[in-house]
Design a protein around this ligand. Structure first.
Ligand SMILES: C[S@@+](CC[C@H](N)C(=O)[O-])C[C@H]1O[C@@H](n2cnc3c(N)ncnc32)[C@H](O)[C@@H]1O
Length: 255
Protein backbone atom coordinates (compact mmCIF):
# COMPACT_ATOMS: atom_id res chain seq x y z
CA UNK A 1 0.00 0.00 0.00
CA UNK A 2 1.31 3.48 -0.80
CA UNK A 3 1.89 5.85 2.10
CA UNK A 4 -0.68 8.40 3.14
CA UNK A 5 -0.97 11.51 1.00
CA UNK A 6 -2.54 14.42 2.81
CA UNK A 7 -2.31 17.16 0.13
CA UNK A 8 -4.44 17.63 -2.96
CA UNK A 9 -3.03 15.73 -5.93
CA UNK A 10 -3.89 16.90 -9.44
CA UNK A 11 -2.41 14.58 -12.06
CA UNK A 12 -4.25 16.39 -14.84
CA UNK A 13 -5.32 13.49 -17.05
CA UNK A 14 -8.41 14.48 -19.10
CA UNK A 15 -11.64 14.46 -17.08
CA UNK A 16 -13.35 12.08 -19.49
CA UNK A 17 -10.87 9.31 -18.67
CA UNK A 18 -12.19 9.36 -15.09
CA UNK A 19 -15.75 10.60 -15.47
CA UNK A 20 -16.73 10.24 -19.15
CA UNK A 21 -18.56 6.96 -18.58
CA UNK A 22 -20.36 8.40 -15.57
CA UNK A 23 -21.63 11.26 -17.75
CA UNK A 24 -22.88 8.74 -20.35
CA UNK A 25 -24.51 6.71 -17.57
CA UNK A 26 -26.30 9.77 -16.14
CA UNK A 27 -27.57 10.77 -19.59
CA UNK A 28 -28.72 7.24 -20.49
CA UNK A 29 -30.45 6.83 -17.11
CA UNK A 30 -32.21 10.19 -17.48
CA UNK A 31 -33.46 9.38 -21.00
CA UNK A 32 -34.47 5.91 -19.82
CA UNK A 33 -36.59 7.48 -17.10
CA UNK A 34 -38.14 9.85 -19.60
CA UNK A 35 -38.91 6.92 -21.92
CA UNK A 36 -40.47 5.01 -19.06
CA UNK A 37 -42.77 7.87 -18.08
CA UNK A 38 -43.74 8.41 -21.73
CA UNK A 39 -44.18 4.68 -22.38
CA UNK A 40 -41.68 4.41 -25.26
CA UNK A 41 -41.59 1.19 -27.23
CA UNK A 42 -39.44 -1.78 -26.16
CA UNK A 43 -36.33 -1.53 -28.38
CA UNK A 44 -35.21 2.05 -27.65
CA UNK A 45 -35.65 1.22 -23.97
CA UNK A 46 -33.56 -1.96 -24.28
CA UNK A 47 -30.80 -0.04 -26.11
CA UNK A 48 -30.80 2.68 -23.47
CA UNK A 49 -30.70 0.02 -20.76
CA UNK A 50 -27.67 -1.63 -22.36
CA UNK A 51 -25.94 1.76 -22.67
CA UNK A 52 -26.64 2.56 -19.02
CA UNK A 53 -25.43 -0.89 -17.91
CA UNK A 54 -22.23 -0.65 -19.98
CA UNK A 55 -21.34 2.91 -18.96
CA UNK A 56 -22.16 2.30 -15.30
CA UNK A 57 -20.09 -0.88 -15.07
CA UNK A 58 -17.15 0.70 -16.94
CA UNK A 59 -17.25 3.70 -14.60
CA UNK A 60 -16.98 1.37 -11.59
CA UNK A 61 -14.18 -0.61 -13.26
CA UNK A 62 -12.28 2.59 -14.02
CA UNK A 63 -12.85 3.99 -10.57
CA UNK A 64 -11.72 0.87 -8.71
CA UNK A 65 -9.40 -0.63 -11.35
CA UNK A 66 -7.34 2.16 -12.92
CA UNK A 67 -8.19 5.49 -11.29
CA UNK A 68 -5.75 7.28 -13.57
CA UNK A 69 -6.23 10.59 -11.75
CA UNK A 70 -5.78 8.96 -8.35
CA UNK A 71 -2.77 7.66 -6.46
CA UNK A 72 -1.20 4.50 -7.92
CA UNK A 73 0.09 1.42 -6.09
CA UNK A 74 3.16 -0.54 -7.13
CA UNK A 75 1.97 -3.49 -9.25
CA UNK A 76 4.63 -5.71 -7.65
CA UNK A 77 6.30 -5.59 -4.25
CA UNK A 78 9.41 -7.20 -5.78
CA UNK A 79 10.45 -3.85 -7.26
CA UNK A 80 13.34 -2.34 -5.26
CA UNK A 81 12.91 -4.82 -2.41
CA UNK A 82 15.88 -3.27 -0.58
CA UNK A 83 13.69 -0.17 -0.21
CA UNK A 84 16.60 2.21 -0.63
CA UNK A 85 18.62 3.73 -3.43
CA UNK A 86 18.36 6.31 -6.18
CA UNK A 87 15.50 5.69 -8.65
CA UNK A 88 15.02 7.25 -12.08
CA UNK A 89 11.49 7.87 -13.42
CA UNK A 90 11.48 8.02 -17.22
CA UNK A 91 8.60 10.19 -18.45
CA UNK A 92 7.46 11.32 -15.00
CA UNK A 93 4.73 13.64 -16.30
CA UNK A 94 2.78 15.19 -13.43
CA UNK A 95 4.28 12.74 -10.96
CA UNK A 96 1.87 9.83 -10.62
CA UNK A 97 4.56 7.16 -11.14
CA UNK A 98 7.18 9.06 -9.09
CA UNK A 99 4.77 9.38 -6.17
CA UNK A 100 3.86 5.70 -6.49
CA UNK A 101 7.53 4.76 -5.94
CA UNK A 102 8.38 7.36 -3.31
CA UNK A 103 5.35 6.62 -1.12
CA UNK A 104 5.87 2.84 -1.40
CA UNK A 105 9.63 3.06 -0.80
CA UNK A 106 10.04 5.74 1.88
CA UNK A 107 13.83 5.30 2.07
CA UNK A 108 14.40 5.84 -1.66
CA UNK A 109 15.23 9.02 -3.54
CA UNK A 110 14.14 9.68 -7.10
CA UNK A 111 14.98 11.72 -10.18
CA UNK A 112 11.74 12.60 -12.01
CA UNK A 113 12.76 13.09 -15.64
CA UNK A 114 10.61 14.13 -18.56
CA UNK A 115 10.99 15.92 -21.87
CA UNK A 116 8.25 18.35 -20.73
CA UNK A 117 7.45 19.06 -24.39
CA UNK A 118 4.47 18.63 -26.73
CA UNK A 119 3.65 15.16 -25.42
CA UNK A 120 3.30 16.55 -21.89
CA UNK A 121 0.85 19.22 -23.03
CA UNK A 122 -1.09 16.70 -25.14
CA UNK A 123 -1.67 14.55 -22.06
CA UNK A 124 -2.11 17.11 -19.35
CA UNK A 125 -3.26 20.25 -21.16
CA UNK A 126 -1.94 23.78 -20.75
CA UNK A 127 -1.35 25.43 -17.37
CA UNK A 128 1.61 26.37 -15.23
CA UNK A 129 4.98 25.11 -16.39
CA UNK A 130 5.14 21.30 -16.39
CA UNK A 131 7.88 21.39 -13.78
CA UNK A 132 5.68 23.50 -11.44
CA UNK A 133 2.79 21.08 -11.84
CA UNK A 134 5.03 18.12 -11.09
CA UNK A 135 6.59 19.84 -8.09
CA UNK A 136 3.16 20.75 -6.70
CA UNK A 137 2.14 17.10 -6.72
CA UNK A 138 5.42 15.96 -5.19
CA UNK A 139 4.87 18.50 -2.41
CA UNK A 140 1.23 17.50 -1.94
CA UNK A 141 2.38 13.90 -1.52
CA UNK A 142 5.05 15.01 0.96
CA UNK A 143 7.86 13.43 -1.07
CA UNK A 144 9.48 16.51 -2.66
CA UNK A 145 12.45 16.38 -0.27
CA UNK A 146 13.43 13.02 -1.77
CA UNK A 147 12.87 14.00 -5.39
CA UNK A 148 14.58 16.15 -7.99
CA UNK A 149 13.24 17.16 -11.39
CA UNK A 150 15.37 16.89 -14.53
CA UNK A 151 14.34 17.83 -18.06
CA UNK A 152 15.67 15.01 -20.24
CA UNK A 153 14.86 13.03 -23.35
CA UNK A 154 14.73 9.35 -22.40
CA UNK A 155 16.27 8.50 -25.78
CA UNK A 156 19.49 10.31 -24.80
CA UNK A 157 19.83 10.60 -21.07
CA UNK A 158 22.20 13.13 -19.47
CA UNK A 159 23.42 10.68 -16.80
CA UNK A 160 26.60 8.70 -16.31
CA UNK A 161 26.54 4.96 -16.84
CA UNK A 162 25.39 3.02 -13.76
CA UNK A 163 23.98 6.10 -11.97
CA UNK A 164 20.75 4.52 -10.69
CA UNK A 165 19.80 1.64 -8.42
CA UNK A 166 16.40 1.27 -10.09
CA UNK A 167 14.28 2.71 -12.88
CA UNK A 168 10.53 3.10 -13.23
CA UNK A 169 8.63 4.14 -16.34
CA UNK A 170 4.83 4.20 -16.61
CA UNK A 171 2.85 4.72 -19.81
CA UNK A 172 5.73 6.66 -21.35
CA UNK A 173 8.10 4.43 -23.36
CA UNK A 174 5.11 3.25 -25.39
CA UNK A 175 4.69 6.79 -26.76
CA UNK A 176 7.88 6.46 -28.76
CA UNK A 177 8.30 5.00 -32.23
CA UNK A 178 10.19 1.74 -32.72
CA UNK A 179 13.58 3.45 -32.98
CA UNK A 180 12.81 5.63 -29.94
CA UNK A 181 11.80 2.57 -27.90
CA UNK A 182 15.09 0.85 -28.75
CA UNK A 183 17.04 4.00 -27.84
CA UNK A 184 15.16 4.52 -24.56
CA UNK A 185 15.60 0.88 -23.48
CA UNK A 186 19.32 0.99 -24.37
CA UNK A 187 19.69 4.21 -22.36
CA UNK A 188 17.84 2.65 -19.42
CA UNK A 189 20.25 -0.31 -19.54
CA UNK A 190 23.23 2.06 -19.64
CA UNK A 191 22.27 4.26 -16.66
CA UNK A 192 21.05 1.38 -14.46
CA UNK A 193 23.56 -0.32 -12.17
CA UNK A 194 24.20 -4.00 -12.90
CA UNK A 195 21.64 -6.00 -10.88
CA UNK A 196 19.27 -3.01 -10.72
CA UNK A 197 15.48 -3.30 -11.20
CA UNK A 198 13.51 -1.67 -13.99
CA UNK A 199 9.73 -1.55 -13.59
CA UNK A 200 8.26 -0.94 -17.03
CA UNK A 201 4.52 -0.24 -17.12
CA UNK A 202 2.74 0.01 -20.46
CA UNK A 203 -0.78 0.69 -21.65
CA UNK A 204 -2.25 -2.66 -22.73
CA UNK A 205 -5.03 -2.84 -25.24
CA UNK A 206 -6.47 -5.78 -23.31
CA UNK A 207 -10.07 -7.01 -23.23
CA UNK A 208 -10.75 -4.61 -20.38
CA UNK A 209 -9.50 -1.58 -22.34
CA UNK A 210 -11.41 -2.65 -25.45
CA UNK A 211 -14.61 -3.02 -23.40
CA UNK A 212 -14.16 0.40 -21.82
CA UNK A 213 -12.72 2.48 -24.66
CA UNK A 214 -12.99 0.57 -27.92
CA UNK A 215 -10.56 2.00 -30.47
CA UNK A 216 -10.00 5.27 -28.52
CA UNK A 217 -7.17 3.84 -26.43
CA UNK A 218 -4.70 2.51 -29.01
CA UNK A 219 -1.50 4.07 -27.61
CA UNK A 220 0.97 1.48 -28.91
CA UNK A 221 -1.10 -0.93 -26.85
CA UNK A 222 -1.51 -3.32 -29.74
CA UNK A 223 1.95 -4.64 -28.89
CA UNK A 224 1.65 -7.53 -26.51
CA UNK A 225 3.96 -8.94 -23.90
CA UNK A 226 5.93 -11.09 -26.40
CA UNK A 227 6.81 -7.98 -28.44
CA UNK A 228 7.95 -6.06 -25.37
CA UNK A 229 9.84 -9.04 -23.97
CA UNK A 230 11.84 -9.27 -27.21
CA UNK A 231 12.65 -5.53 -27.09
CA UNK A 232 13.80 -5.52 -23.46
CA UNK A 233 15.89 -8.65 -23.95
CA UNK A 234 17.59 -7.06 -26.97
CA UNK A 235 18.48 -4.15 -24.68
CA UNK A 236 20.12 -6.55 -22.21
CA UNK A 237 17.38 -6.97 -19.60
CA UNK A 238 16.16 -10.17 -18.03
CA UNK A 239 12.40 -10.43 -17.35
CA UNK A 240 11.89 -11.34 -13.67
CA UNK A 241 8.15 -10.95 -13.54
CA UNK A 242 5.30 -10.02 -15.80
CA UNK A 243 1.72 -9.17 -14.95
CA UNK A 244 -1.39 -7.26 -15.87
CA UNK A 245 -3.91 -5.03 -14.28
CA UNK A 246 -6.79 -3.33 -16.13
CA UNK A 247 -5.39 -1.68 -19.28
CA UNK A 248 -1.82 -2.18 -18.03
CA UNK A 249 0.99 -4.60 -18.75
CA UNK A 250 3.97 -4.49 -16.41
CA UNK A 251 7.38 -6.08 -16.73
CA UNK A 252 9.83 -6.24 -13.85
CA UNK A 253 13.28 -6.33 -15.43
CA UNK A 254 16.78 -6.80 -14.15
CA UNK A 255 19.95 -5.64 -15.80
C1 LIG B 1 1.17 9.36 -20.20
S1 LIG B 1 2.40 10.36 -19.53
C2 LIG B 1 2.89 9.37 -18.15
C3 LIG B 1 3.26 10.19 -16.97
C4 LIG B 1 3.53 9.42 -15.69
N1 LIG B 1 4.62 8.46 -15.85
C5 LIG B 1 2.29 8.72 -15.15
O1 LIG B 1 2.37 7.52 -14.86
O2 LIG B 1 1.25 9.39 -15.00
C6 LIG B 1 3.79 10.17 -20.64
C7 LIG B 1 4.92 11.14 -20.34
O3 LIG B 1 6.04 10.78 -21.16
C8 LIG B 1 6.71 11.97 -21.50
N2 LIG B 1 7.57 11.74 -22.67
C9 LIG B 1 7.18 11.49 -23.95
N3 LIG B 1 8.26 11.35 -24.75
C10 LIG B 1 9.36 11.52 -23.95
C11 LIG B 1 10.76 11.47 -24.17
N4 LIG B 1 11.26 11.23 -25.39
N5 LIG B 1 11.58 11.66 -23.12
C12 LIG B 1 11.08 11.89 -21.89
N6 LIG B 1 9.77 11.95 -21.62
C13 LIG B 1 8.91 11.76 -22.63
C14 LIG B 1 5.58 12.96 -21.75
O4 LIG B 1 6.05 14.31 -21.65
C15 LIG B 1 4.59 12.60 -20.65
O5 LIG B 1 4.77 13.38 -19.51
Amino acid sequence: MPGTVTGQLDFGYPWWLSYGHLAVFALAAAVLLLGYTRKWSKWPMVLLGVLALWSGSVFLLIHFGVDINGQASLPTQSFLRSGTGQVLDLGAGTGRSSIMVLTSRPQATLVASDLFGDSFERHFGPGDTPQQRLLRNLKAAGVDQRASIVTADMRKLPFEAGSFDAIVSCYAVDHLNREGINQALAEAARVLKPGGDFLLMLVANDRWAKFAFGPVLSHGGTRGSAWWTARVQEAGFQVLEEGTSPATLYLLLRR
